[in-house]
Design a protein around this ligand. Sequence first.
Ligand SMILES: Nc1ncnc2c1ncn2[C@@H]1O[C@H](COP(=O)(O)OP(=O)(O)OP(=O)(O)O)[C@@H](O)[C@H]1O
Ligand SMILES: [Mg+2]
Length: 348
Amino acid sequence: MKNAIETKNLTKKYNNFTAVNSLNLDIPNHSIFGMLGPNGAGKTTTIKMLTCLIQPTFGQAIVGGYDVQKNPDEVRNLLGMVPQQVSLYKDLTVMENSQLCADYYGVPQDERDSRIEDLMELVDIKYAKDKRVGQLSGGQKQKASLVASLVHRPEILFLDEPTIGLDPTTKRTLWDLIRELNDSGHTIILCSHDMHEVDMLCDNVGIINTGNLVAYDTPQGLKDSLLESNKIEMKEALDKISEENEVSTSTKEDIENLSLIKMSFLLKNQNDEIIDAIKKSSDVESIEIDHNGRINLRIDIFDDMAVQNVINDINSAGGIIKSISTEEPSLEDVFIKATSEVNEDDRA
Ligand SMILES: Nc1ncnc2c1ncn2[C@@H]1O[C@H](COP(=O)(O)OP(=O)(O)OP(=O)(O)O)[C@@H](O)[C@H]1O
Ligand SMILES: [Mg+2]
């Protein structure tokens, strides 16, 4: 099996409303897959079908080689799930919940408690192991849920917004844990609204919008294709300008927004003369100085030498550069573009 997950026209309808629309998605074995999409896009519904919590209306899903409808028990045995809403027993302690999970999955008795305690230490929840889940804080519940879902060392792990509400330190611990699990061969499916998290962790990313898969690629592939499509759109906008005598403000704005490479400089000896030189630099489309004194520029994305040219112009005007940063399109830019075209009827 090359893929941990394969879906064919996977569809979920609630009465007349289509929450997931004919999804065809392959997730390679041993990879980390990130699922992005606006609220209500169908991410949790997809995960629920893949983890046998709800039945698809049409289509097929194969998880770990098993059909979710024909072999749900086999599927359940090889997966772990950290749901969006923590689903532990409120009246049981953190320890008891984990033990229950371990017993359900047939974890050997002699290993059970030590495995649980190791995981508790890893996510730093051991201090609350005898507290009832109903008495935990949001982040503590999330940690307890993680321990319970990992205790049987699932081959395929589904994490539905696992870092929401976690403090920055715990977030990092969880990211490390996800990487470690992946290194040791586990496939991870991660739903998240945290673009940085997805960009950093995932091998592949799928963007779902109103139940449809609207993009699927590596994070870098998605960013590159945005740059490409912006270049095409920018070219079209420029062609429009050459056809029209009067250039509308909106066309001008369109072009400005498409020149996505942003650069910023901090100079040691900033003065009006140097700023003027930057303004005159042929590749600079706009310039703005922020409250920290950083000079933020937008430069032409067509010109490979643009960055070098601006640096040369600053140097020629006597400017001494303390720091430079350039900003490529982010996954957030890709997300916003991929999900911007929404048919309001599809969201009802
Ligand atoms: N049990 C249900 N009955 C009817 N409609 C539902 C049900 N569960 C989900 N939906 C609808 O299906 C759509 C997709 O919901 P889903 O929970 O999959 O979104 P999501 O992508 O996980 O969003 P979020 O980012 O907010 O978690 C939503 O419009 C939601 O209202
Ligand atoms: Mg959800």
